[in-house]
Design a protein around this ligand. Structure first.
Ligand SMILES: *Cc1c(COP(=O)(O)O)cnc(C)c1O
Length: 361
């Protein structure tokens, strides 16, 4: 019931099977296991992948900005790091669907079997949103499993004006949203929905005698051990139920909206500052920026300067900012997402950035 509330709150129109896992890393691994299972003629569940010269190489696709958990899933599933082809992004860090189409064609021509695409709605570094409708069309055309990684960004869709972050996601075979990211739910709580629960179950279900039950059919009460690697599990739904009941849809939307406003406020300030610059658009609650005083253009020097700004701010203890690299450039990454953040923190982090560059610059 709780995962279905969340589905409705983020505007996914069709009822879907949902299950709570510990993390998005697990949810994505399970989704990709289902994607591999969907290539049923390969009989990988029965025969494995080793020592089978007749087995084609398998490949799946995600952008260069996709999360490391996607690559890790490929390693665990036996397709290797090489089984993931990274697709380039545009200047706003979104997957280029033309490059994706070309990659699929090249691979098919080379005798490789494509099986899935992971689109990201809210990338970790910059919160960019891949063009899911265009990617979905390619997946439908080529019979590929589409998994949407909306671990962080999906929560934004609770606010009607941000619902666009999940455009096209109802065409996906699976989608993950983490309430423990931006929905104020204590870690761990990751929701995986799929339109093809039969395939997910086909990948994982195995019922020895001591786990058989007589009370009710799969229809009445799906047995969650059949949808992933865990047999035992905690009741993670309770804390999410509590959050939804306490804040309500509007209350959650309002807090998400405020976080995005703080990010916009910071981005506007950076834009107007001589000594700072934005390094990516800030569509949600994360701002990527760096100090770039006029006349200081050596890349190495700028990276070092910005590392020192981050250290300076973080050792202050009032703020914790993280960092990333964008096109090889060191970027300071400021994320809003805490329940207790308000305008004062947004103004405070601006003052801290200003102060840090005066100190280390
Ligand atoms: C945080 C994040 C993940 C990993 O989430 P875990 O729940 O810690 O495994 C995956 N993808 C994206 C886009 C994320 O932001």
């Amino acid at each position: 019931m709780t995962v279905d509330w969340l589905r409705q709150m983020v505007g996914l129109a069709q009822p879907m099977f949902g299950v709570i896992n510990d993390t998005a890393s697990s949810s994505t691994l399970y989704a990709l296991a289902a994607a591999r299972e969907a290539q049923s003629d390969l009989r990988i569940r029965e025969l494995g992948m080793a020592g089978r010269p007749e087995l084609p190489r398998l490949r799946f696709y995600a952008s260069t900005e996709a999360h490391s958990s996607v690559e890790k899933a490929g390693i665990v599933l036996g397709v290797g790091k090489d089984g993931l082809r990274r697709i380039p992004v545009d200047e706003r860090f979104r997957m280029d669907p033309v490059a994706l189409r070309q990659a699929i064609h090249e691979d098919v021509a080379a005798g490789i079997r494509p099986f899935a695409v992971v689109a990201t709605a809210g990338t970790t570094s910059t919160t960019s949103v891949d063009p899911v409708p265009a990617i979905a069309a390619l997946c439908e055309q080529h019979g590929l499993w589409l998994h949407v990684d909306a671990a962080y960004g999906g929560a934004a869709a609770i606010a009607p004006e941000l619902r666009w972050v999940l455009d096209g996601a109802d065409r996906a075979d699976s989608i993950v949203i983490n309430p423990h990211k931006w929905l104020f739910t204590p870690i761990d709580c990751s929701v995986l929905w799929t339109r093809r629960p039969d395939v997910l179950r086909g990948a994982f279900s195995i019922v020895p005698e001591y786990l058989t039950t007589t009370d009710g059919s799969e229809q009445d009460a799906p047995n969650l051990m059949d949808y992933g690697t865990s047999l035992g599990r905690r009741m993670r739904a309770l804390k999410l139920w509590m959050v939804i009941r306490y804040f309500g849809t509007d209350g959650l939307a309002q807090r998400i909206r405020e976080h995005c406003e703080y990010a916009s406020m910071l981005a506007r300030w950076v834009d107007g500052e001589r000594d700072f610059e934005l390094l990516a658009p800030a569509p949600l609650s994360v701002v990527c920026l760096r100090a770039h005083p006029p006349g200081l253009d050596d890349p190495g020097t700028l990276d070092t300067l910005n590392q020192r700004v981050v250290e300076r701010i973080n050792t202050g203890g009032r703020f914790f900012v993280s960092h990333t690299k964008l096109h090889g450039v060191y970027a300071i990454r400021v994320a809003f997402g805490n329940l207790r953040q308000d305008q004062r923190h947004a103004r405070g982090v601006i003052a801290a950035l200003r102060g840090a560059i005066d100190d280390v610059g």
